[in-house]
Design a protein around this ligand. Structure first.
Ligand code: BGC
Length: 254
């Protein structure tokens, strides 16, 4: 079965039909630049452009970089326009897509769901935490393979600051940190998360997962296993489609 997945990120809005049996894109994805400011209206137009590129007419799963409850309601917007807060994104995006059934899910949760099913977390029991390092820090917490949604561990306090302001990959660029300097901050952050959750496995996602060899060797003293994500750039798209398949409007009938 195929469902369309869209990933709304700080720099791009990308999407493709997803083959849910293989956990992979069924066609090459289409990407446009995220409008700035990333208002609900402007982003909704971008989503329509990406979905329209494929002439898609079925269910659509869409990631959002903030807390999303009930597959629809946006509750926070740390790195996008604050106009999103308290928007019913299922209604907004569904209307813009001409009434297609839409499910919206937190971006890190979507990436985590995909990694657990088809990537670095496959078959892993116990507590597994995926952390995405990008514009912010996203988190997805799993207990025996079951997601605890909207965990928001990127906003833990680290050295008196919001952790993502210290240790995201944007923070690496903003503060001009070497891989080693950045890894020291990530290590401190992981130690804090480990103190709270004692996970068996950390999966490191986001763009940095492709450069794992540059920072993983610098992470010392963490008891949990630490591995890079495997689906990399497509995890959000795949996970969004997976959530739409299991939780979206009409899911029970599929
Ligand atoms: C948001 C999270 C999101 C993460 C990655 C954070 O600032 O609060 O909801 O998952 O950024 O985009």
């Amino acid at each position: 079965m195929q469902i369309f997945g869209v990933d709304i990120g700080g720099s791009g809005i990308k999407g493709a039909p997803v083959d849910l049996d293989r956990g992979d894109l069924a066609q090459e994805r289409h990407k446009i630049l995220t409008p700035h400011p990333a208002t609900p209206d402007a982003v909704a137009d971008g989503v329509r452009e990406v979905v329209g590129h494929f002439g898609w007419t079925g269910p659509v799963g869409i990631t959002f970089p903030g807390v999303v409850t009930g597959g629809a309601m946006i509750r926070t917007a740390a790195n996008v326009d604050k106009g999103w807060i308290d928007t019913d994104a299922r209604v907004l995006l569904g209307d813009r897509l001409g009434g297609l059934p839409v499910t919206v899910v937190n971006d890190a949760d979507a990436a985590g769901v995909a990694e657990m099913a088809f990537g670095a977390g496959r078959g892993r029991r116990g507590t597994v935490i995926l952390l995405t390092f990008g514009t912010g820090i996203g988190s997805a917490v799993f207990a025996d393979g079951v997601l605890v949604p909207n965990s928001e561990l990127g906003h833990l306090e680290l050295d008196g600051h919001d952790a993502e302001k210290r240790a995201s990959s944007k923070a690496k660029e903003d503060h001009d940190l070497s891989w080693e300097q950045w890894a020291q901050r990530v290590q401190k952050y992981l130690a804090h998360v480990e103190m709270l959750f004692s996970p068996e496995l950390f999966i490191i996602g986001g763009g940095v997962s492709r450069k794992a060899h540059k920072f993983l060797p610098h992470l010392q003293g963490i008891k949990a296993e630490i591995v890079p994500a495997q689906l990399q750039n497509n995890a959000g798209i795949v996970g969004a489609a997976m959530r739409a398949a299991t939780e979206g409007p009409g899911a029970a009938a599929r």
